[in-house]
Design a protein around this ligand. Structure first.
Ligand code: 2AM
Length: 482
């Protein structure tokens, strides 16, 4: 009997929790998994006493679904998704919907949107964030793909999503692979936010000699104001967490960060589309540098720094400076992230709902924060906003913070404490607000050694080659660009 509202394939923790969340909101879910025994075990344990039903095969699962059939995949990204799509396609009919809720690369989603549409099946790539708890009690959901599928998904997805002031942290992102693209940028921004907090931690710990408990107290204060966010909150708890010997556990953790790749993909996309998403890039490289632990340990006894320079001024004042540096850097990071979204939208012809994206990130996900409410307001005021920095709210904020920000970066440099993300954010800010940058010299150099030509400020559009040395030819290079 066709009784299920939606099928969910993939019974790892995320999949199980999403099913239980859907069940809580009154939807009948049919569960399926490659290793079919997991279906029975799930029904007998975690899903005991719920309305969740199981399927013994994909055929069985499809037969149990109301039409149009909705099948959500929460399996490992890559080959597993293709394997299931291939098996599902002969069983589905035009108008049915496949949703991929895994961490797929957006290019794969673009491909799957096209191939499934040949048979009239609608494909959606949906970013899911918030970890296990989010999936269970309210994730941030970022669905994109075939827009005709959205009315059939909206009640379920907005029903189970996190809420921010009663508004669901889920809305239609846009066409094609845009849901997974937005999820990728979310993860990149998450890398940046984490690195910014790490830089603040190192400045207080090493630069000011503060204990983890003291830093925990600072994070607690910060979390009451404009930096109020999940990541500051958990960092406060981490600072205060003691190992069995009473010492802070965080101090004992090996300082080599792992990564699964979504931050790297964001940085790669930034390079692909020529968008200066420098802060996320630096945060990925900071993890790469951290993982060179053995090399760093060797170098630490060989390479000299500025000596034992510590901050000796007013402690309270410098902590406030760091807070402002973090806030200003964060504004730059989100401005860059939204620049990348805009560039991708241009590239692929997506019509993205930027305010909606900020709302999707406002709650439920790892980067959730009060700050995203301000971003939503900025795009609601002006959906065509060129860059977040030019919104009045953020412009005022950065103007207010910039003196502190400069002091922190300068002090960090003097102390020999690396602050790649604070620093790159400031460099971006100073570059972006420059009507003139030194790229005129780059153009001259390129023309000098490669006859690549340049334009004059007074005659844009006209390409000129100069014979810089008095020898060599006057022929310009128009046949290649490198
Ligand atoms: P399994 O329980 O049969 O291993 C997370 O790993 C989820 O992805 C699990 O539900 C897992 O199924 C599924 N999965 C991983 N690799 C897969 C593959 N190659 N084909 C199908 N499902 C896969």
């Amino acid at each position: 009997m066709a009784e299920a509202d939606i099928a969910l394939i993939g019974l790892a923790v995320m999949g199980q929790n999403l099913i239980l969340n859907m069940n809580d909101h009154g939807f009948v879910v049919c569960a399926y998994n490659r290793t079919v025994e997991k279906v029975d075990s799930f029904l007998a344990n975690e899903a005991k006493g719920t309305k969740v039903i199981g399927a013994k095969s994909l055929e069985d699962m499809v037969a149990k679904l109301k039409k149009p059939r909705r099948v959500m995949l929460l399996v490992k990204a890559g080959a597993a998704v293709d394997a299931f799509v291939d098996k599902l396609m002969p069983l589905l009919e035009a108008g049915d919907i496949i949703i991929d809720g895994g961490n797929s690369q957006y290019q794969d989603t673009q491909r799957r949107c096209k191939t499934t549409l040949e048979k009239g099946v609608m494909f959606c790539g949906c970013g899911v964030s918030g970890g296990e708890d989010g999936a269970r009690y309210g994730p941030s959901l970022m669905p994109g793909g075939n827009p005709d599928a959205w009315p059939h998904l909206k009640p379920i997805f907005q029903g189970i999503a996190a809420k921010s002031n009663d508004e669901p942290c889920c809305d239609w992102v846009g066409e094609d692979g845009s849901g997974h693209f937005v999820k990728m940028v979310h993860n990149g921004i998450e890398y940046g936010d984490m690195q910014l907090i790490c830089e603040a931690y190192q400045l207080m710990h090493e630069g000011m000699g503060m204990s983890c408990d003291e830093i925990g107290d600072v994070f607690e204060e910060w979390n009451k104001g404009e930096l109020d966010s999940f990541l500051i909150e958990i960092s406060r708890d981490i600072m205060r967490f003691k190992d069995t010997d009473g010492k802070p556990l965080v101090e004992k953790i090996r300082d080599a960060a792992g990564q699964k790749g979504t931050g790297k993909w964001t940085a790669i996309s930034a390079l692909d589309y020529g968008t200066p998403v420098t802060l996320i890039g630096e945060s990925v490289f900071a993890r790469c540098l951290s993982s060179l632990k053995d090399e760093r340990v060797r170098a630490s006894s060989e390479l000299q720094g500025p000596g034992d320079v510590k901050y000796t001024g007013d402690k309270k004042e410098f902590i406030e400076n760091i807070r402002q540096a973090l806030y200003a850097s964060k504004i730059v990071s989100y401005a860059q992230g939204f620049m990348l979204l805009r560039e991708a939208a241009k590239e692929f012809g997506w019509k993205l709902n930027y305010g909606g994206i900020a709302l999707m990130w406002r709650g439920g996900c790892i980067i959730r924060s009060v700050f995203l409410g301000n971003i939503k307001a900025a795009f609601e005021k002006n959906p065509e906003l060129q860059i977040l920095l030019l919104d009045q709210f953020f412009k005022d904020a950065i103007h207010r913070c910039q003196v502190s920000w400069r002091k922190v970066v300068a002090q960090a440099v003097m102390m020999g404490i690396p602050t790649p993300c604070f620093s790159t954010a400031l460099a971006f800010y100073d570059g972006y607000r420059s009507a003139r940058v030194p790229a005129n010299l780059i153009q001259a150099q390129r023309d000098y050694f490669g006859a690549h030509t340049y334009e004059l400020l007074s005659e844009p559009g006209k390409h000129i080659h100069t014979n810089w040395t008095g020898h060599g030819g006057n022929v310009s290079s128009s046949t290649y660009s490198a």
